[in-house]
Ligand binder design. Structure first.
Ligand code: IMP
Length: 187
């Protein structure tokens, strides 16, 4: 696995915990009148960490499924193509769908997924994301629930990866490629 430098802590554990709690409260309140369980669609793999912390705090009935796309291939920039790797298997027609993303960067993935989910004729589709980089947007996308708006930087941790690594870090770091120079030891 290629290594990166963790340049600085961007969002710490306490801030994540606090914000996830606030979002869970807001989402629970917004859907409290829903007649049926909402359909939560989690985007593999990055959104799993955020989704699991969020969902455990929801006070409303929910059904859960996963979707996986490839729109990003482990480099430091997104490519403009979205391919479906794993579709949902749960029926979502007529239900209120909440799509859960780790990060909205260019907006290509989220807008593609929303369009894809719409083909199942749900009652509504909303989007929740842990992170948003509005400066990078190429496709306009309405985000209903945003954890943190962040600057245009490559970030890792709490689900976000570089070549499948670093996802398990409990907080979000700004990272950069390691260029061969030996790095000082970090605790
Ligand atoms: P999009 O550009 O909004 O389509 O984002 C595509 C995907 O790129 C996201 O779902 C993430 O998996 C990944 N991505 C975008 N920015 C970052 C980042 O800073 N770190 C790690 N993954 C990222």
């Amino acid at each position: 696995m290629a290594e990166v430098n963790l340049d600085r802590l961007l969002v710490g554990r306490e801030a994540i915990e606090r914000r996830v709690g606030e979002l869970a409260e807001q989402i629970s309140a917004d859907y409290s009148g829903a007649a049926a369980p909402i359909s939560i669609i989690v985007v593999l793999k990055g959104a799993v960490f955020f989704a699991m912390d969020l969902l455990r705090q929801l006070a409303i009935p929910a059904r859960i499924d996963f979707v996986q796309v490839s729109s990003y291939h482990g480099r430091f920039d997104s490519v403009g193509e979205v391919t479906l790797q794993k579709d949902i298997t749960m029926a979502i027609g007529g239900t209120d769908v909440l799509l859960i993303e780790d990060i909205v960067d260019t907006g290509l993935t989220a807008s593609w997924l929303i369009e894809h989910l719409q083909t199942h004729r749900p009652r509504s589709v909303r989007l929740a994301t842990l992170l948003s980089k509005p400066d990078r947007r190429r496709m306009p996308v309405t985000i209903d629930y945003t954890g943190f708006v962040i600057p245009d930087a490559f970030v890792l941790g709490y689900g976000l990866d570089f070549e499948e690594g670093y996802r398990h870090l409990p907080e979000v770091y700004v990272a950069s490629p390691r260029t061969g120079e030996p790095e000082p030891h970090r605790e």
